[in-house]
Design a protein around this ligand. Structure first.
Ligand code: CP
Ligand code: NVA
Length: 308
């Protein structure tokens, strides 16, 4: 059994194998209804706990549906309603859950919670987003890019906006899959230096460019995310909006990227803040495929974790 905690902590060959498996499993479904089971039922007889300390639409539904397609069962738990939210330690929770379920997916605030869960669980633990990273999302994003445009290796990905948890996992992917990454945003919202250093140490070009129009020149993919993440303090909302407004992804910005550049957003989007509706609903956008591919990518991650 193996945990899936972060892209930078997972072997690149294994990441590649997971993306390829996700594409094969998607193809094998042959477009049948999402509620229909897969021919292969590798999770038959298995139970997966899905723990949420923050809201979710995609992560919750895509894990739940994907596990059921593979013959498994799920239990969706809210951190607040568990004893976890009332003083029981994460370590004790991990020990107990490991006696009941076959895998644990957790969406939490502090990375330390995920770490403690992984340290004390004797079943695989999957990171469903922390304040610092969102690896399942970027596995789906890499899959989506490659579905549309072929290998992501050697391409130029530009992130415009807040250097947040989703941006962090993109930097990890840049290092592991071998593509160039440009961040454009205000200096106060730069990605963590540690993640930039990780990608650079793996030999890819990472640029920080304050001018969004210069940043997107030659971009194969433009990505953004909310200006205000679930862990950000309400008091910062207005300041962030003011700082990030120049980094909105709109038609003028997309026009400066390569003509066949794609646009991605992990969603939920705040239309006409970080991205205009014209871009979200326009010809560059692959956001709905991106959302669907959470399902397929996570199924491959689960099979890798469980070795099934
Ligand atoms: N992108 C993503 O993780 O969405 P949810 O917050 O809806 O799970
Ligand atoms: N950066 C966002 C991503 C949501 C999927 C957040 O953490 O709220």
């Amino acid at each position: 059994m193996q945990h899936f905690l972060d892209i930078h902590r997972t072997d690149p060959a294994e990441l590649r194998a997971m993306i390829d498996a996700a594409r094969r499993m998607k193809a094998a479904r042959g477009g049948r209804p999402h509620g229909a089971p897969d021919d292969l039922q590798p999770l038959a007889g298995r139970m997966v706990a899905l723990i949420f300390e923050k809201p979710s639409t995609r992560t919750r539904v895509s894990f739940d549906v994907g596990i059921r397609q593979m013959g498994g069962e799920t239990m969706v738990l809210s951190g607040r309603e568990m004893q976890l939210g009332h003083g029981e330690t994460i370590a004790d929770t991990a020990r107990v859950l490991s006696r009941y379920v076959d895998a644990i997916m957790i969406r939490t605030f502090e990375e330390a919670t995920l770490e403690e869960m992984a340290e004390f669980a004797t079943v695989p633990v999957i990171n469903g987003l922390t304040n610092r990273t969102h690896p399942c999302q970027i596995m789906a994003d890499v899959m989506t890019y490659e579905e549309h445009r072929g290998p992501i290796t050697g391409r130029k990905v530009v992130w415009s906006g807040d250097g947040n948890n989703v941006c962090a996992s993109w930097l990890h992917a840049a290092g592991q899959f071998g593509f160039d990454f440009t961040f454009t945003g205000p200096p106060t919202l730069d990605p963590e230096a540690e993640w930039i250093a990780f990608a650079r140490a793996r030999g890819v070009r990472v640029a920080v460019e304050r001018d969004p129009f210069r940043a997107v020149e030659d971009a194969d993919l433009v990505v953004t995310d909310t200006w205000f993440s679930m862990h950000d303090p309400e008091s910062a909302r207005e300041r962030r909006h003011n700082q990030l407004r120049p980094y909105q992804v709109n038609e003028a910005l997309m026009a400066r990227a390569k003509p066949d550049a794609l646009f991605m957003h992990c969603l939920p989007a705040h239309r006409n803040d970080e991205v205009t509706s014209a871009v979200m609903d326009g010809p560059h956008s692959v956001v709905w495929d991106e959302a669907e591919n959470r399902l397929h990518a996570q199924k491959a991650i689960l099979r890798w974790c469980l070795g099934v």
